[in-house]
Design a binder for this molecule. Structure first.
Ligand code: NAD
Length: 486
């Protein structure tokens, strides 16, 4: 039998597929099998210059600058429609590249389409104001696009994280250079072509592949890049902010989290435990807003833990393309090692493994990067596993006594992205929500977000909010015009 050929992708610059300037490529792996299934170009500073140049020329071209904003909106809408039509293809590619179950990948692609649909409607509503001032004057503001914006994307939600920041930028009239994470470049490359097919002029959407520093770093420090939107780790956020400071360009940072599910004794425990399970084991725990810390009131801890252990042990691991797979592999061997390392650190610190805690025994899962859904019990606030983002399928369990203790433990963190409150007492829900240092709070439901609701973290989880009407304001600059009418 002939082995299937491994395709080599190219980068998308100025509306055309191009190889890297060095001619070098690197391999992309299917995490469910550990096998190479594509090659992509290894971009460098020269490729960044070419992509930014293409985006700057597109930005300056009259056909883009003078485009009726409602037409820009229609282009975004067309992208959203095309993406829905090709949802199955994109989802399959996302699963092959990232490992997540196909159902989750379909949800991601649908969400990417929703981001474009939402911001399509905003493209012709980005407007200034008239301001009452002394004297016989007319004073007004104009919202102008920034120019070239860079979008540096993580591997956990490769397409949807890109779409989330690209849509408001394009709605505002900016042009784009996007860089997918090295592990997961494929859906974003395909998406660039889809934008061209939808009618975006050449050079308005460019995608280049390669390493973090070599491509992401070069983008952030390029003088023609007016904004860098990073979704990634705190460490990378700090680097990008420092690089961008040389040009005083804008930086949007959506970073990590160590998010608590706070389960009070009066909660609907059935509903809470099922949300806690999906909050940590969806996407194999590789989520910025994973509910990775369970804070549970002492009286109900045993009842909750028992349900969680049963749920974790019952999860079917496998290739994301198989219909009965509940949890796929981690994205790479390095992520699996990181997860295993943290479980070792946790047990060394005194935590006990209540579920999982190793690689699965099944023969067919041996070559992929699988790790069992894991629950660490007896975790205290001082342990590293309670403080550091593991970014794998590991839940820590910590008890509390009363509201003050719950809020204190929830906030005792460098991060502040998401928190979930579980209680039947409405007064408690509101008062705890008000005291939480988190950009997103949900009450009695799983972490949930929509393109129309802001998504952003407090503290080290980020410096801004994406999604929602306000997201566009980051992608425009404000000009004030004052006219003497006397
Ligand atoms: P990462 O920071 O390692 O990489 C993110 C992107 O930055 C990648 O494209 C990478 O190539 C690039 N990069 C890496 N080093 C760089 C450098 N020195 N200069 C410029 N670019 C560089 O993060 P990751 O491992 O891909 O993703 C996981 C992280 O992302 C987690 O911390 C997670 O919490 C966070 N995340 C946050 C959100 C959010 O909305 N807040 C969403 C998803 C993921």
């Amino acid at each position: 039998m002939q082995a299937e050929a491994v395709p080599t992708y190219q980068m998308f610059i100025g509306g055309a597929w191009v190889a890297s300037h060095s001619g070098m490529n690197y391999p992309v792996f299917n995490p469910a099998t550990g096998k190479v299934f594509a090659h992509v170009p290894k971009g460098d500073a020269e490729d960044v210059r070419a992509a930014v140049d293409a985006a700057r020329k597109a930005f300056e071209s009259p056909s883009w600058r003078a485009m009726d904003p409602s037409k820009r909106g229609r282009l975004l809408f067309k992208v959203s429609q095309s993406l829905r039509e090709r949802l199955a293809d994109f989802a399959k590619l996302e699963t092959l590249n990232n490992g997540k179950p196909l159902g989750q990948a379909k949800g991601d692609v649908a969400m990417a389409a929703r981001h474009f649909e939402y911001f399509a409607g905003l493209a012709d509503k980005i407007q200034g104001s008239t301001i009452p001032v002394p004297g016989n004057r007319l004073d007004y503001t104009v919202k102008e696009p920034l120019g070239v914006t860079a979008h540096v994307v993580p591997w956990n939600y490769p397409l949807v994280m890109a779409a989330r920041s690209m849509a408001p930028a394009l709605a505002a009239g900016d042009t784009i250079v996007a860089k997918p994470a090295s592990f997961t470049p494929l859906t974003l490359l395909k998406f660039a072509e889809l934008c061209k097919e939808a009618g975006f002029p050449d050079g308005t959407v460019n995608v280049i592949t390669g390493g973090g520093e070599e491509v992401g770093g070069e983008l952030a420090k390029h003088p023609d890049v007016k904004l860098t939107a990073l979704t990634g780790s705190v460490e990378t956020g700090m680097k990008i902010m420092s690089l961008a400071s040389h040009n005083l360009s804008r930086v949007i940072l959506e970073l990590g989290g160590k998010n608590p599910h706070i389960v009070f004794r009066d909660a609907d425990l059935e509903k809470a435990t099922s949300a806690v399970l999906s909050g940590i084991f969806t996407n194999a725990g590789q989520m910025c807003w994973a509910g990775s810390r369970l804070l549970v009131e002492e009286e109900v801890k045993e009842a909750v833990l028992q349900r969680l252990v049963e749920g974790a042990n019952a999860m079917k691991l496998g290739d994301g393309l198989k219909p009965d797979t509940a949890m796929g592999p981690l994205v790479a061997e390095s992520q699996r090692e990181r997860t295993a390392g943290y479980v070792e650190i946790g047990t060394g610190e005194g935590a006990t493994v209540a579920a999982g805690g190793g690689v699965p025994a099944e023969e067919e899962l041996r070559t992929g990067y699988f790790y069992r859904p894991t629950i660490l019990d007896g975790v205290t606030q001082d342990m590293r596993v309670a403080r550091e983002e593991i970014f794998g399928p590991v839940l820590t369990v910590t008890t509390f006594r009363g509201d003050d203790d719950a809020v204190g433990k929830a906030n005792d963190q460098e991060y502040g992205l998401w928190a979930g409150i579980w209680t039947r007492d409405l007064r408690r829900a509101h008062s705890v929500a008000a005291r939480l240092e988190s950009g997103i709070v949900t009450v009695n439901e799983e972490p949930i977000t929509f393109p129309q609701t802001p998504f952003g973290g407090f503290k080290n989880s980020g410096n801004s909010s994406e999604q929602g009407m306000d997201a566009v304001s980051a992608y425009v600059r404000t000009k004030n015009v004052s006219i003497d009418l006397s």
